[in-house]
Design a protein around this ligand. Structure first.
Ligand code: MG
Length: 454
């Protein structure tokens, strides 16, 4: 079934016959690590709004993003499929010609078909050419920076500042070469560029104003809504507005995170004012782990090993908090393994859409873990990086290929007792290794990877 056939099969019901559908707010941070919120144990960064959201909802301790890099992580979030299925295997740049293929189905497209108002605010990062923009993939409107905030000559110099501040040398001049002929980072509305290299000290506040404005408009129209608020922060270069600058004990990274936390508070306050708390599911997570090699410009993955851009768990594990007044029981901490791949099937079911059997989805409905009782069997999770399979999680075990081109070499970690991946126990559990190798072979044989987009 092509995307067109699928979407055609979802004829939107007439307005009068629409069941009351819940609203969905998905808040996505950029490069926020699993140890960066106070409710996840950060010693100095204060996140009272997210802490309250966790106290009033559920907080997950073993939640995965489907990739440890921005673009692949985001395609998995939008499509419910591993990045290799769409070919978004690498980070896209301002000179990339690729992007989200037309053949993919996004969650926004399904929700729009069901009559939702759909809005994205922030970082899209699935292609900036017109055919790849969110307005071509199910969103009514877009406001934001379409790729990373460091992708211009003016902003990319941050890496030289970081290197020299840490006692190193600036990069060779060629490191900035790709940006010399490119325009500044764009701030877009729908398909138009509004500004180049906008003042990023105001970016979190501007996104928040845009997002709360959308909530008010959708509420006034009595239309169910899907807001995808994909923050630019706390990706480097780090910025925060006057009100937050220099205020956090967590330094400039802490300032940016505390402003994000304020933003979450504004979204929840607006929903409360609109009396929509009982009609709205709010999800908060991040695209990939903290960039620990950036020192105080990067965040923390707590006790997890390494971070962004690696296949260690510090790159893939995220804070995940969900709240829905009257539906999700307050104050729960869930240790089930789940991932951003699960959002697509969860939100589709919430909106009353059954994805067709021949649309291969990699996630599973989260409802049993969020508001139903009884839990669900643990799902397998596969670690993809740059188009290659680097490992697998099953139950407490992680099988890891230190070099995927030498698949005979494996490592095995028991992540529930050794969450920092310090002790390779492959030699002691050959049965587990054999079972997981079989599962990987079955998974590999189940589909053909797509052509890589660059
Ligand atoms: Mg990121």
């Amino acid at each position: 079934m092509t995307r067109r056939d699928l979407l055609a099969s979802l004829a939107a019901p007439a307005l009068a016959q629409r069941p009351k559908l819940p609203n969905i707010v998905l808040i996505f941070a950029d490069d926020l690590g699993s140890g960066d919120l106070s409710c996840y144990g950060h010693p100095t960064i204060r996140t009272p709004h997210l802490d309250r959201m966790a106290a009033e909802g559920v907080r997950f301790t073993q939640f995965y993003s489907a990739a440890s890099l921005c673009s692949p992580s985001r395609v998995a979030l939008m499509t419910g499929r591993y990045p290799v299925r769409s070919g978004i295997n690498y980070v896209l740049f301002p000179d990339s010609t690729g992007g989200l293929p037309e053949s993919e189905v996004t969650i926004a497209q399904l929700l729009k078909k069901r009559g939702y108002a759909t809005q994205i605010v922030g970082k899209w990062h699935l292609g900036h050419l017109p055919q790849y923009l969110p307005t071509r993939h199910g969103f009514d409107h877009y406001f934001g920076i379409p790729f990373s905030n460091d992708m211009s000559l003016a902003t990319n110099v941050v890496y030289d500042e970081i290197a020299t501040r840490r006692g190193g040398a600036p990069r060779p001049p060629r490191a900035l070469e790709r940006y010399r002929t490119l325009p500044g980072v764009p701030l877009m509305r729908d398909e138009e560029v509004l500004e180049r290299d906008p003042d990023q000290t105001q970016i979190t506040a501007r996104y928040t104003t845009e997002a709360t404005g959308f909530l008010r408009k959708a509420a006034a129209a009595r239309q169910p809504f899907f807001l995808y608020l994909a923050h630019t922060m706390p990706h480097v270069p780090l910025f925060s507005s006057e009100r937050f600058r220099g205020k956090s004990r967590g330094g400039r990274f802490g300032d940016a995170v505390e402003e994000l936390d304020w933003s979450v508070g504004e979204i929840r306050r607006t929903l409360a004012e609109l009396k929509l708390e009982q009609d709205t599911l709010i999800l908060f997570t991040s695209d990939n782990g903290a960039t620990v090699q950036l020192g105080d410009h990067g965040g923390s993955n707590g006790p997890l090993r390494e971070g962004k851009g690696t296949t260690w768990d510090g790159g893939y594990r995220e804070p995940f908090i969900a709240s829905w007044k009257g539906r999700i029981a307050p104050g729960r901490v869930a240790s089930d393994v789940a991932s951003t791949l699960d959002f697509f099937p969860t939100l589709a079911r919430l909106a009353g859409v059954t994805p067709p059997k021949d649309l291969a989805l990699d996630g599973r409905d989260l409802a049993p873990l969020l508001w139903e009782t009884g839990g669900r069997p643990q799902a397998d999770f596969f670690y993809y990086f740059a188009g290659a399979l680097h490992g697998m999680r099953r139950g407490p075990w992680k099988l890891r290929f230190p070099n995927p081109s030498q698949p005979e070499k494996v490592e095995l970690y028991h992540l529930e007792s050794d969450f920092a991946e310090r002790f390779n126990v492959a030699a002691h559990h050959t049965d587990v290794v054999a079972q997981m190798r079989d599962a990987i072979a079955t998974h590999r044989a189940s589909f053909e990877p797509a052509v890589t987009q660059r």
